[in-house]
Design a protein around this ligand. Structure first.
Ligand SMILES: [Zn+2]
Length: 91
């Protein structure tokens, strides 16, 4: 059994119109990559612990925003991005 926090599914082209799907599981400083293509047709089980943590600050949150952030981090990061975009437009 592998335990850890799931990260965004990684997709990559694998030639001949195929896609390689890789599940990223993080526990502490360790990241494990699980190729899902090898499990096609065989099946596997995922269990949700009920815990959602912010990707930026690590705080537990009831709901994630913008792909894995708590609301304060999502809001702060969105503000930073829009300020950077405005600065780039202004030159
Ligand atoms: Zn956060």
């Amino acid at each position: 059994m592998i335990r850890g926090e799931l990260r965004k599914l990684r997709l990559a082209t694998a030639g001949a119109g195929r896609v390689q799907c890789t599940l990223r599981v993080v526990e502490g400083d360790d990241e494990r990559l699980l190729g899902l293509n090898e499990h096609l047709g065989a099946g596997f089980t995922l269990s949700f612990s009920g815990r959602i943590s912010c990707l930026y600050c690590g705080t537990r949150t009831r709901k994630s925003y913008g792909g894995g952030y708590c609301y304060p981090c999502f809001k702060a990061l969105t503000t930073q991005r829009s300020q950077r975009a405005s600065a780039l437009k202004q030159g």
